[in-house]
Design a protein around this ligand. Structure first.
Ligand code: 5GP
Length: 145
C-alpha cells in the first residue's frame, strides 16, 4: 500500500491537526495518544513518511528508537508506573490503525488493565496536563541518549 499523506499523523506533522505535543525535534515528534490505553500513553513518530517499520530508513529508525526510549524515561519519571509497554504495530492485521509508523509508550499500573485500543477519547484538559508533566521531565533530563 502506498503511503497516504492524509493520514492523521501526517496532518499533525504538517500542523493541520492538533496534538498535545511532548517533544518536537528535527526527526521526530512525540505527543499524547488521543485515546489513551492508560494514563500517560504517548506516541512517538518520525517526520519521515513511512507506513511501517519495513518502509522506514535504517537511519531514521535508529533515531526513532532512541527518541522513544528518551520519551519513555520521561513518562516513567512523570507517572512512576510499575511497568512500561513499548510497542509498535505493522499492518491492519497486526492491529495498526494509523498508517504512519509510531511507537506506543504505555505505562502500566498495579491492578489496572488497559482500556480498549483506540476507543475512548480522553478529556483535553487531562491530555494537556499529562503532556506538560512529560515535557517538564524531558526538559530536566540529565541524559540526551
Ligand atoms: P495503531 O493502532 O496504529 O498502532 O495506533 C494508533 C494510535 O493513534 C491509537 O492508539 C489511537 O488512539 C491514536 N490516535 C488515533 N487518532 C488520533 C489522533 O487524532 N490524535 C492522536 N493524538 N492520537 C490518535
Amino acid at each position: 500500500m502506498a503511503y497516504d499523506p492524509n493520514n492523521i499523523f501526517a496532518k499533525i506533522l504538517r500542523g493541520e491537526a492538533d496534538a498535545h505535543v511532548v517533544l518536537d525535534e528535527e526527526h521526530c515528534l512525540g505527543f499524547m495518544d488521543l485515546m489513551p490505553q492508560s494514563s500517560g500513553h504517548t506516541l512517538i513518530i518520525p517526520r519521515e513518511p513511512a507506513e511501517s517499520i519495513f518502509d522506514l530508513s535504517a537511519e531514521t529508525l535508529a533515531v526513532l528508537v532512541a527518541t522513544t526510549r528518551r520519551v519513555a524515561r520521561a513518562v516513567k519519571a512523570a507517572f512512576e508506573p510499575a511497568g512500561m509497554m513499548i510497542l509498535q504495530l505493522n499492518g491492519a492485521d497486526a492491529g495498526q490503525t494509523v498508517f504512519h509508523i509510531h511507537f506506543h509508550v504505555i505505562p502500566r499500573y498495579p491492578g489496572e488493565g488497559l482500556t480498549l485500543h483506540a476507543r475512548s477519547v480522553a478529556a483535553p484538559a487531562q491530555l494537556r496536563e499529562h503532556a506538560a508533566r512529560i515535557r517538564a521531565e524531558l526538559d530536566s533530563a540529565q541524559t540526551t541518549d
